[in-house]
Design a protein around this ligand. Structure first.
Ligand SMILES: Nc1ncnc2c1ncn2[C@@H]1O[C@H](COP(=O)(O)OP(=O)(O)OP(=O)(O)O)[C@@H](O)[C@H]1O
Ligand SMILES: [Mg+2]
Length: 263
């Protein structure tokens, strides 16, 4: 199973927005998708409840500790064995053992960050925590950051860009502040499940994340094909071929000058 963890200890950075839109994308491609919500606020679970009957099914797993408990997970924290892609929505303030557990279990980590000085500062602390105590240094998980709720090429955005580049982590995309994401939440859908003409800009913004995951996935599949091993069993076999039709090359995006070339 391929797991994408969406995390930033800073509240309101866009974790749930990214989680639901990534899950909506994979589900719309008929990939068996599950969403695991570690947040006691249960925003992702709420979104799932609002999904219309015609939308592709996404399995929801509530991994938040039951009220009053601090350690044990809810009894609903399970996912079907045939899940191909799992998207994990982390709560604000994640640190310590939970952070280590989440990092250990994932293939990809996406960190959304909003362009405000407070968010930038908090994210810098979170990235430090992730590498010093979260196990990211020794983990095989690929880590990238995305800017979220970007309004314009403001001076705050320039300092966010400087900050992201200083992290030496791939900076995948800038997601604008858009009413469409709010409409998507209300409908229980992701932007890839809504009218293509209306959501074209939002889809374009999210695609670099999907391309990044897909690129690393295909590379690891090639490696595994050359050296077959037990690891082969961890990845959904037909995952790549089902996505190929929609994947836009990274060059397309970097050539716009908006996105940094990935390492
Ligand atoms: N790009 C965007 N455009 C417009 N609204 C957005 C965007 N990203 C997030 N929002 C809105 O901002 C609020 C916070 O976003 P979200 O819930 O995704 O953050 P979060 O990191 O999951 O928050 P928390 O830490 O509380 O779990 C929500 O109301 C969401 O709809
Ligand atoms: Mg959230």
């Amino acid at each position: 199973m391929l797991t994408i963890l969406v995390i930033n200890s800073k509240g309101g950075s866009g974790k749930t927005t990214l989680t639901t839109n990534l899950a909506g994308y994979y589900a719309s491609k008929k990939i068996k998708t599950a969403l695991m919500d570690y947040d006691p606020q249960g925003s992702s679970m709420q979104w799932l409840k609002m999904r219309p009957g015609h939308a592709e099914k996404i399995h929801g797993a509530n991994a938040a500790p039951p009220k009053g408990a601090t350690i044990q997970r809810s009894a609903q924290a399970w996912i079907p064995v045939d899940t191909d892609v799992l998207i994990v929505d982390a709560p604000a303030g994640t640190k310590g053992l939970l952070l280590q557990e989440l990092v250990r279990r994932t293939n990809f980590i996406v960190i959304p960050v909003a362009p405000s000085p407070i968010d930038i500062h908090a994210t810098a602390d979170f990235v430090k925590e992730l590498f010093l105590y979260g196990g990211a240094r020794t983990s095989k998980a690929k880590i990238a950051v995305v800017a979220n709720r970007v309004r314009s090429a403001s001076s705050v955005y320039a300092s966010l860009e400087r900050f992201l580049n200083s992290l030496k982590l791939p900076f995948l995309t800038s997601i604008r502040d858009s009413e469409i994401y709010l409409q998507a939440v209300e409908k229980g859908l992701g932007v890839f499940e809504m009218d293509e003409a209306v959501t074209a800009a939002e889809r374009r913004e999210l695609l670099p994340i999907l391309n990044w995951v897909e690129g690393h996935y295909l590379a690891s599949e090639k490696r595994l094909a050359a050296f077959p091993s037990q690891e082969n069993l961890l990845l959904p076999k037909s995952f790549g071929s089902r996505l190929e039709d929609k994947v836009i090359s990274l060059e397309t995006f970097s050539s716009t000058g908006k996105f940094k070339k990935l390492s």
